[in-house]
Structures are given as structure tokens and as C-alpha cells.
Design a protein around this ligand. Sequence first.
Ligand SMILES: N[C@@H](CCC(=O)N[C@@H](CS)C(=O)NCC(=O)O)C(=O)O
Length: 236
Amino acid sequence: MTGMTKPYVLHYAPDNASMIIRLALDELDIAFDTCLVDRAVAAQRSKGYRALNPAGRIPTLETPDGPISETGAILLWLADRHGGLLPDPRDPMRAAALNWLFFLANTLHADAAILFYINRYGVETDHAAMRDAVRARLTAHVALIETEARPRLTGWLGARQPSALDLYLAPLLRWLQLYPVEDRGWFDLAAYPGLHAMCIALEQRQSTDRLCIAEGMGPHPFSAPDYPQPPEGSAL
Ligand SMILES: N[C@@H](CCC(=O)N[C@@H](CS)C(=O)NCC(=O)O)C(=O)O
């Protein structure tokens, strides 16, 4: 019905972690509204936004149960509420899926954020060494996902129907190829054939097509990404 507010509102910025939640909502066929967080004016730190998410990070999803932030938590909540994105609590695959979901959230994503926001970590004279160390950590994390997680996650990583793990991982792999802008090119997705194939498979989904239109991304946002040209807002 026109004019009615939808129960879900995704606070987003183009090419930010909110794209993971956009994909998840779309894959679950859940109607949602979006509200741009204008990073050009640091709206993520505004009083209004912090009332929803005191940490001042993107995304936040407004739900009938209140606002939720933290990408992994939102994915888990959506899976529990709507099904499909993760194995059910009694499914034997649940253990491995949660293991690697938390690895994505608190290890791969967290370390990637150090590279993306290095100016927030210590003095500039230390940054070159830090970058090298973080790149080595990220390489090891991705290699572990390729060699250890994939075989343990049959049906839940790179399967025909994308899971929360695919939807979280593909954007992370995108960003490793693009950000920080001055560091582009160090990360080679083709070195991880299973993850490369997972990215290509996700690019066949209509959810990815709709994401690319909404956030101004090119035709291969995960396997051969380029910087977005969003219709509104800015990625950085
Ligand atoms: N732990 C948070 C991190 C989210 C995050 O890093 N968001 C970035 C955009 S991708 C952000 O808010 N950046 C703006 C800022 O830190 O000021 C999560 O998992 O959702």
C-alpha cells in the first residue's frame, strides 16, 4: 500500500557495510525503506543518528523490536526472525556457520577496518609498518576461509542460495580490493578460487543487481569491483 511506512528502515551509505544488510533484506524478500546517512557531513556522528546507534557506525536497521546495529548481529537476528540465511538452531551446520560468521565479524571485518581507518590507530609515522602487518593478517584470514571454512560449510558458503556468510564475505572481499583508495591493488581475489567463484555466483543474483542500481556500483561488484557512483550520498 502506498503511503504506509514499512516496518524496516535501513540506515545506509553507499558501499558501506549497510550493503550487506540491503542484500540480506532483498534475499529474504522483506520490504524496507532506506534512510541515507550522509558521510560527506559525518551524519553517522550526528546526535540524531547516535540516538539509534550510539557507536556512530553504519549500518543500523530499524525493526519492530527497535534499532539494531552491528552487521553480524543484524544478520543473525534476521535469520532467526525470518529463516533462511543461516542453519536453524537445531541444524548440525549451525555450529560451523556461527563459528565463521563471528570470524567474519570480529576478525576479518575488524582487521579490515584498521586498514580502512588507519588514521584512527596511532601516529602516522607508524602507519607503514602497521599496514604491512594488517595486510599479512588479512591475507591469512582470507586463506583460512578459503581452505578451512569452505569445506566445513557445504551448502552455506558459495551455495546456490546465498547465506549470511556469502552476503557478509563478498562485500568484505570487494572492499579489500578497493580500499583504502591509496592502497588499491594489494589484494588479489583470484588467489582464492573458491571465494572468487562465490563472488561470481553472487553477482548472478537479482539482489546484487538491485544493490548495484541503488548504490551505483558496476557490473561485477565483488569479482572485479570499481568505485561506486552513487545516486545519493558518498561512500567515504
Ligand atoms: N562493527 C560494525 C562496523 C561497521 C563499520 O565499520 N561501518 C563503517 C562503514 S563500512 C562506518 O560506520 N564508517 C564510518 C565511521 O566509522 O565514521 C559493524 O559490524 O556493523
